[in-house]
Design a protein. Structure first.
Length: 152
């Protein structure tokens, strides 16, 4: 099995799109991620997977806390900004539980790092959700490398 076939297969799994955000030394850093899942209800745990070369790792290892912002169908541009596909845009973050969150996200989860594991070329972060906010709206989705919207 080659890398392309693996990527193609994984791309058949439709996901939402999140922006992970964290702050360290007064710098807010965001990163687009669709490797996100709910893990446990008691305690309330979620998981994100971050590439070992991503700058986000340095920030998470220092800050030990982060937010997960689930994007709405109107926030594709934010996904592209935090994936490095649109450059040099200023983004305003709000503060929630002392952490940076994106205004108008469908859901924002404020998490502390509960555990982390190296897994191949990624680092898995388990986050304990300490608070969350939910807003009305429809999610941005990602399938076969393309953005989509949920149609009802
Ligand atoms: P950088 O590449 O340095 O930063 C990312 C971009 O965000 C840069 O352009 C930077 O200027 C901008 N940025 C950061 N903070 C701010 C700020 N405060 N204000 C304005 N702009 C800012 N990678 C994974 O590891 N795991 C995943 O699950 C994952 N899922 C993805 C899903 C999708 C749909 C896409 C498009 C990409 C995904 N990626 C994922 C890839 C990942 O988003 C990119 O590789 C990203 O560039 C890695 O970020 P970084 O932490 O290395 O920082």
């Amino acid at each position: 099995m080659d890398d392309r076939m693996f990527r193609t297969a994984m791309g058949k799994f439709t996901t939402g799109v999140t922006v992970i955000a964290s702050e360290h030394n007064g710098e807010v850093h965001g990163m687009t991620a669709n490797a996100f899942m709910s893990v446990s209800l008691d305690p309330k745990l979620i998981l994100i997977s971050v590439g070992e070369n991503a700058k986000m790792n340095e920030i998470l290892q220092e800050a030990q806390k982060f937010t997960v912002n689930i994007l709405t169908e109107n926030q594709q541009e934010l996904s592209m900004i935090f994936a490095g596909q649109i450059k040099d845009r200023k983004v305003i973050f709000n503060t929630f539980e002392g952490m940076p969150v994106l205004e108008d996200a469908l859901v924002s989860l404020a998490c502390r790092v509960y555990d982390s594991y190296a897994a191949g070329d990624h680092i898995l972060y388990i986050g304990e959700v300490i608070n969350l906010s939910v807003q009305d709206g429809e999610p941005l989705t990602f399938y076969e490398g393309k953005y989509n919207q949920v149609t009802s």
